[in-house]
Design a protein around this ligand. Sequence first.
Ligand SMILES: C[S@@+](CC[C@H](N)C(=O)[O-])C[C@H]1O[C@@H](n2cnc3c(N)ncnc32)[C@H](O)[C@@H]1O
Length: 259
Amino acid sequence: MTSTESSRRKYDQLAERYEEIFFYVADLGQRLVDFAGPVPGARVLDVGAGRGAVARAAVARGCAVTAVDASAGMVAHLAEDYPGMVVRQLDAAALDFPPGSFDLVTAGFVVQILDDPAAALAAMRRVLAPSGMVALSLETQSADRTKWLLDLTAEFFPGAGASAGPGPMTADALDTLLTEAGFTGLERTAVDAPRKLPDARAVWDWLGPRGLADSVRRLPPERAEQFRARFLAVAEAERTSDGIVLGFAATLHRAHAPH
Ligand SMILES: C[S@@+](CC[C@H](N)C(=O)[O-])C[C@H]1O[C@@H](n2cnc3c(N)ncnc32)[C@H](O)[C@@H]1O
């Protein structure tokens, strides 16, 4: 199975509850479209549209939106939820629209998960009209990378955070890719969307479907019980009058295709 196939399967499985699990995408889809600022009637292509967080914000501004995604599950939901939208199952690197078809191409939290982000940026540039805009969001800190949680998982799951690859894409690396793809006038802004949960039990319940439960199931039963007890104690020690805050941060990038 190639990583593209495994990624497609992963998103097919997540499609049903995607925006419930990844609480921040709806808000950040709106913020990405606000950052891009398309005018009513602008032709917008949303790549890796998921359940439509970015696409529906563009529709709300009166844009003519086409949404594409590699996952059949996501595409089925998009077609059902947004009957007025053009929806296609398409890979980000194989955008087979005529050159210059769009005024704005968006991709919310997509470029960093692609096998070949440079190929996708080249495809986006090709389908953009002269001076058209690309607007991308990049996750720079995921909610499950909050320090106390990282420390605890490093103790119970040694090596789990290690990566043989080059590591997550940084905002600078994305800007370099945009420049190499021929985009100009780069601008970016940092945004955050902290998740506040009332107590340790709520954090446990919230992280369970986000991968924690699968990891814990792989531990021997006694160790799993130790982890749960430590998790609840450490999380509770983090509680303030605001509850327990898990950090999430991202950058929004925009740039122009050549004239
Ligand atoms: C992290 S989700 C983001 C979804 C949406 N943009 C949002 O902001 O909520 C990434 C999306 O990209 C899609 N995707 C993954 N690889 C892709 C590829 N090679 N081409 C097109 N879409 C892809 C996934 O199916 C998934 O819907």
